[in-house]
Design a protein around this ligand. Structure first.
Ligand code: GLU
Length: 424
């Protein structure tokens, strides 16, 4: 059987083709592209890719590089240092507006050019500022899962007309937001914007943010969870510039657009989405890309505020094995252990108390245990122990390392449990 998903994506492309909008021409090279190219790609958090249209067509990443470089700056310099230089407030202004915070000169957020230039400068090491671009190219390649190149022709073309970015960089230097040579920062930033990608690459990058920073295909942890959370928050509030509110309320997917016509969206825990169509609206965003996202969000219930029920699946099975003093209650857990689904396990045990002398908590099918899930599971085990029940933790992958439940109590940890015969 052929998957219906590529056919569905082709249907979306057909329905969203309308030919309105104009090519970005303030970067001369961007006015030379084929205006009719249209592509759509999805990558699931598990790494399955679905694509339709011109998904092999290569274009420059432009502003879609911004959230990833911001993530790199956070990883390298830490939250405090980065937040001290770039705020996280929506500006409600165009991407290239010369707007800085009054008095401090701090850019309002990392998605407008002022913030992106600063993030680029933050990535640079003081002793070798010119190497930031190579580090950024390597990061974007790791996110895409293949080596990406810089389109030097587009970079050179933008350099001829990038007066506004030069002005912004000089202001930032004046306010001492960074101390590097403003021309060097602009040159690096423009090359960062000129990395060549396809929609499949972009969907893979978005998919990495969707799966908590782990590249879905290679399995490499590229960003930590706190950095992913910060990047997605900023994408949700500032990613679509002066259309951010309208975008979030109608489409409901943290997103970032670029003036070459690319557009990415991230549905945390579920999907990375990318579209490409170079005709732009008045905000500098792909007209057909927006239409495709609108359609996907509606058809597939992707609006973030229309959240799926993630809470009911952690306790996969509760089963009693054996009899008498050997009897054990098996609590088999699965998925990501966070607050709401751990609460359900606790609730289940409080509601129907364990009556066997042993309890086995099986984490074999668990993917990740968030800190709150860890605290709640340890407290659950401690309380079972206080009630005189012997607790064993089945944790073959080390999802709950060093299970110190407090007051010197640690449950016994095994890799697997030899299943006694089922009694009911
Ligand atoms: N390189 C472009 C600029 O700085 C990126 C803008 C965008 O894609 O929104 O003007």
């Amino acid at each position: 059987m052929r998957s219906p998903l590529p056919d569905y994506l082709t249907e979306v492309l057909d329905a969203c083709t309308d030919g309105s909008g104009t090519l970005a021409d303030y970067i001369p090279e961007l006015a030379n592209v084929d205006p009719d190219r249209f592509a759509l790609s999805l990558v699931t958090a598990e790494g399955t890719t679905y694509s339709a249209g011109d998904d092999n067509h290569v274009f420059t990443i432009q502003s879609i590089s911004k959230p990833f470089v911001y993530g790199l700056a956070l990883e390298k310099r830490g939250f405090e240092a980065v937040l001290g230089k770039i705020d996280v407030e929506p500006s409600g202004e165009a991407f290239n507006e010369i707007s800085l915070e009054r008095d401090s000169g701090r850019p309002l957020n990392p998605m407008i050019n002022a913030g992106a230039l600063t993030a680029h400068a933050l990535v640079a090491d003081a002793d070798s500022p010119g190497t930031a671009i190579e580090e950024i190219r390597a990061l974007l390649s790791a996110l895409a899962g293949r080596e990406l190149d810089i389109d030097e022709k587009v970079a050179a073309s933008e350099m001829q007309t990038t007066y506004r970015n030069v002005a912004i960089a000089n202001l930032l230097r004046g306010y001492e937001i960074f101390c590097d040579d403003p021309d060097e920062v602009v040159a690096g930033y423009v090359r960062q914007c000129s990395v060549d990608v396809t929609t499949t690459d972009l969907a893979m990058m978005a998919g990495t943010l969707a799966s908590g920073g782990i590249q879905p295909r290679t399995g490499v942890q590229i960003f930590s969870r706190p950095v992913v959370r910060q990047v997605l928050s900023v994408m949700a509030t500032c990613g679509m510039y002066d259309a951010a509110g309208d975008w979030l309320s109608t489409i409901g997917i943290p997103a970032k657009s670029g003036v070459s016509g690319g557009l990415i969206g991230v549905l945390p825990g579920q999907l990375g989405i990318a579209a490409y169509s170079p005709r732009l609206d008045e905000h500098g965003t792909s007209v057909q890309g927006v239409a495709a996202f609108e359609r996907l969000s509606r058809d597939m219930n992707l609006h973030l505020m229309d959240a799926p029920m993630v809470a009911h699946s952690a306790l996969r099975r509760r089963q009693v094995y054996g009899e008498g003093s050997d009897a054990v209650t098996l609590l088999e857990l699965e998925g990501d252990i966070q607050f709401t689904n751990t609460e359900q396990i606790v609730h289940a045990v409080v509601d129907e108390p364990v009556t066997t002398p042993h309890v086995a908590i099986d984490l074999t099918l668990v993917r990740t245990v968030l800190p709150v899930g860890r605290r709640m599971l340890l407290e659950l085990m401690r309380r079972l122990h206080v009630d005189g029940i012997d607790v064993v933790l089945i944790d073959p992958d080390g999802d709950l390392p060093d299970p110190d439940a407090g007051n010197g109590y640690r449950p016994r940890v095994v890799r697997c449990l030899e299943e006694p015969r089922e009694s009911r």
